[in-house]
Design a protein around this ligand. Structure first.
Ligand SMILES: Nc1ncnc2c1ncn2[C@@H]1O[C@H](COP(=O)(O)OP(=O)(O)O)[C@@H](O)[C@H]1O
Ligand SMILES: [Mg+2]
Length: 189
């Protein structure tokens, strides 16, 4: 069985998520593959933005939903950012994403893939990053019995938007020795 190392993290605000991503950016090496999963709005793009910044990429990293693959070469390592959200298996296969970790046609760098669970072929060595909103703060205000009976008008609704959950559960799972070595150096703060 392939070796695995898992770290469970809790980020109680956006800054904590960004700090985790930034620390990881100091540890990755050419050939690191990051497979990100989590619901829409869980923070995958946010994570990669903070990661890229710490890697030395000053260009704003946007969501590559329309471009599919964005390449950033100005950082410590090249960063290839891919979003599979709108794609189906056959289209994903035709992208030949493995070219990004073979290191022949593209300089070897870090590959970060959003919605990675859609990949038809998962690379055997990788770092999985799962983001989710912890269940407790996940409770929708309208389903909360204490506020359910309140009569809300539009202004109240706008106020509630500011109260959307800020906490995230972040699971890092390394598969294979190179990725495990990266995670071993990760320090809980
Ligand atoms: N702790 C947190 N970690 C990550 N994102 C957070 C956090 N708290 C609030 N957010 C917000 O959640 C949203 C996440 O959006 P995004 O990164 O685009 O998600 P995804 O790419 O997973 O769909 C952003 O608006 C971000 O500011
Ligand atoms: Mg995204």
């Amino acid at each position: 069985m392939t070796e695995t190392l898992k770290i469970d993290l809790y980020a109680d605000n956006l800054g904590k998520t960004q700090a985790i991503a930034a620390q990881l950016a100091q540890l990755v090496t050419a050939g690191t593959i990051m497979l990100l999963d989590g619901n829409l709005g869980s923070g995958k793009t946010t994570f990669i933005q903070a990661f890229g910044l710490a890697l030395g990429i000053s260009n704003t990293i946007a969501s590559p939903t329309f471009t599919l693959i964005d390449e950033y070469t100005e950082g410590r390592l090249p960063l290839y950012h891919i979003d599979l959200y709108r794609l189906e298996s056959p289209q994903i296969s035709s992208l030949h994403l493995e070219e990004y970790w073979r290191g022949i046609d593209f300089p070897l760098g870090v590959v970060a893939i959003e919605w990675a669970s859609k990949l038809p072929n998962i690379p055997c060595q990788h770092l999985r990053i799962n983001l989710s909103v912890p269940t407790q703060s996940n409770t929708n205000t309208f389903e909360n019995p204490e506020t359910f009976n309140l009569e809300l008008d539009k202004d109240d609704l706008d106020d509630l938007e500011d109260d959307l959950p800020k906490a995230r559960h972040i699971e890092l799972t390394a598969i294979g020795s190179d990725h495990i070595e990266i995670l071993r150096q990760f320090k809980h703060r």
